[in-house]
Design a protein around this ligand. Structure first.
Ligand code: IPD
Ligand code: CA
Ligand code: CA
Length: 292
């Protein structure tokens, strides 16, 4: 089909720069596969986007649509066809994890921004990371409506389509545009969520809640946002985006300043310049044991 071919050609051209800076042929191959899977799944999400949806509730406000499942199946087919030996952690079908994986694993959010998608609010993305040796080595985030493909490889930089990206240089909180998100169990911790929101809102130029954590991180990486915080995140929400932020020169930690991992559900990410001031605002809300 001509449409599919041009999507693939577009992906190949788009990731060319990222590939050139990729440290090993193995990572190059993984990036090619991850980007192809993300763009294919994104095209499917775009096709399904303004159709009637089949919505099921995983919790009172936690939805899954036919599109989450179809995108996941497509991604798994692409990854397993090419690299069947790599394990999978994926939000809808292979979501169980107890500890930080010791073996290489794909970490997948087939549709980040499901609530937006279900309401035909055009703000969602596909997120795929390759995680190995305690860190994401590859991160790919594709926003199909905006046709924006974000890619990063460890030590190889972060890219938006064919442009290298870096975080903003905003260094004063009162000039900063900051994003956040709310976990699905927010009823259980409304006070803390509202107190954090009030604190950041009253110290910055603005707070946004776009509704797709992977895109929040991608937007921080390319300087459209200056910081992002959220609690209750899962590895598939952040595994690709945190590498983008690191490779774009940003900083990530828990609220108390201890090192971030996608397997710890508390994240403060910033352009680095704002990190100390934001940690000062949020550290009292941390539920993570500080590093000693
Ligand atoms: C959600 C989105 C949202 C964030 C939630 C996530 P989903 O992911 O990223 O922005 O606030 O914490 O669970 O369910 O749409 O994949
Ligand atoms: Ca998600
Ligand atoms: Ca999802």
């Amino acid at each position: 089909m001509p449409g599919k071919k041009s999507d693939m050609q577009h992906t190949a051209m788009t990731i060319e720069h990222c590939l050139q800076h990729c440290s090993t042929p193995d990572l190059q191959n993984l990036l090619r596969v991850a980007a192809a899977a993300a763009v294919k799944a994104g095209a499917l999400l775009q096709e399904l986007y303004d159709q009637p949806h089949q919505i099921r509730h995983k919790g009172p406000i936690d939805l899954v649509t036919e599109a989450d499942l179809a995108a996941e199946e497509l991604i798994l087919d692409v990854l397993r066809d090419t690299l069947p030996e790599i394990k999978i952690l994926s939000e809808e079908s292979f979501a169980s994890y107890e500890k930080i994986p010791e073996e290489p694993v794909w970490i997948i959010d087939p549709l980040d921004g499901t609530t937006n998608f279900a309401h035909n609010f055009p703000w969602f993305a596909v997120s795929i990371a390759f995680y190995d040796r305690g860190k994401s080595q590859i991160g790919v985030i594709y926003s199909p409506i905006q046709k924006e493909l974000f890619c990063a490889t460890r030590t190889g930089g972060a890219w938006l389509n064919d442009q290298r990206i870096k975080v903003s240089e905003v260094s004063a909180l009162h000039n900063a545009l900051v994003a956040t998100g709310f976990p699905y169990d927010l009823q259980e911790r409304t006070d803390a969520i509202l107190a954090m929101l009030k604190t950041v809102l009253t110290h910055t130029q603005g707070v946004r809640r776009p509704g797709a954590a992977a895109l929040d991180l991608a937007y921080l990486a390319c300087g459209r946002l200056d910081a992002f915080w959220e609690i209750g995140l899962k590895p598939w929400d952040t595994a690709a985006g945190y590498l983008l932020v690191e490779e774009a020169g940003g900083a990530l930690s828990n609220f108390n300043g201890s090192p971030f991992s996608p397997f710890i559900p508390e994240l403060l990410a910033s352009n680095t310049f704002l990190h100390r001031d934001l940690t000062a605002l949020l550290h009292g809300f941390s539920t993570v044991a500080p590093c000693v």
